[in-house]
Design a protein around this ligand. Structure first.
Ligand code: NAD
Length: 284
């Protein structure tokens, strides 16, 4: 398939912005949509900075023109898109509404991918008029540096949609790993539980955040520990993902730890606010 597909990215937060950087870096035109005009203004500046950084790190190709990134607050602006990637806040009702609307705007057969962290794809497919067009494309943060993507094939995802998703990943230098549907899929079913347990350990005074992470990096060879990972994801997003997992599995291990919820209430969201379990001098 051609590399000139126009991709609409709905949601210009941490992930939507990073996905726009990845697509633009590979020359694909992007329509970036957010309900909040300030998020769009921030995203435009961030895409420029991320493109520069990623090219310097040789994580994105250099010597080819960037895809144009246009921004809009109107859901109708995605009409010309060949692919839609939904990356709004991890709230099931909100995502269902955004996906429902998106599926009425684009041409039938257009791939619609959700970057949900934990909501089963089939649950989201229910909201759309064409469940066969929906797959999960779970990018990791930052999407322009991490080259493996979890591809979720829902029970009603069509073969054409899965093929289009794989082809988009190939066009952007990513490798997809296809998995089945279910709360949290593979990565977050495991990761969110680990993060929640790490928070509980801090809450119980068993270890400091520094020491929890030092054990994961030093003993297990993880590049960063679970609490630095939580800060990178955004503690509000971690709490939302845990809530989705808790409600859909009934497993108390996913019930967000009180310390996590307290941090979210205090506005300590991790890297994006400058403070989470650790202090970050440069907010994202
Ligand atoms: P974020 O809070 O940084 O951004 C969410 C954006 O969605 C905000 O800019 C908000 O204004 C926008 N939004 C809300 N309602 C909207 C609407 N109706 N129409 C258009 N835009 C709307 O969140 P994020 O971290 O970028 O997460 C986005 C999605 O990606 C979530 O589903 C999350 O679970 C998933 N995800 C996050 C990470 C991560 O590391 N942060 C990794 C993988 C997947």
């Amino acid at each position: 398939m051609t590399d000139r597909r126009t991709v609409a990215v709905i949601g210009a937060g941490v992930m939507g912005t990073g996905i726009a950087t990845l697509l633009s870096g590979y020359g694909l035109p992007v329509i970036l949509v957010d309900a909040d005009p300030q998020a769009l203004a921030r995203a435009t500046a961030q895409v420029r900075g991320q493109l520069r950084l990623a090219r310097m790190m040789k994580a994105l190709p250099s010597g080819r023109p960037s895809g144009k990134v246009t921004t809009s607050t109107s859901p109708a602006s995605i009409a010309p898109a060949d692919v839609v990637i939904e990356s709004v806040t991890e709230c099931p009702d909100l995502k269902s509404e955004v996906l429902r609307e998106a599926s009425t705007v684009v041409v039938p057969g257009t791939l619609i991918a959700s970057n949900t962290s934990a909501i089963p794809i089939d649950e989201l497919a229910e909201a759309t008029s064409r469940p066969q067009d929906l797959v999960g494309l779970h990018f990791m943060n930052p999407p322009y540096l991490i080259d493996v993507v979890e591809v979720v094939r829902g029970p009603r995802s069509g073969e054409a949609a899965v093929t289009a998703a794989k082809s988009l990943l190939t066009a952007t230098g990513r490798r997809g790993v296809i998995v089945g549907d279910g709360p949290g899929f593979v990565v977050n079913r495991v990761l969110q539980r680990v993060i929640n347990e790490a928070v509980r350990i801090v809450e119980e005074g068993i270890a400091t955040p520094q020491d929890v992470d030092a054990l994961f990096t030093g003993c297990l060879g993880h590049p960063i520990g679970p609490l630095a990972t939580a800060d990178l994801i955004g503690l509000d997003n971690v709490a939302d993902s845990l809530t989705v997992l808790h409600h859909r599995t009934g497993d108390a291990g996913y019930e967000p730890a009180p310390l996590l919820l307290a941090k979210v209430r205090a506005g300590e969201l991790g890297r994006k606010s400058g403070q989470g379990f650790f202090q970050h001098l440069e907010p994202l």
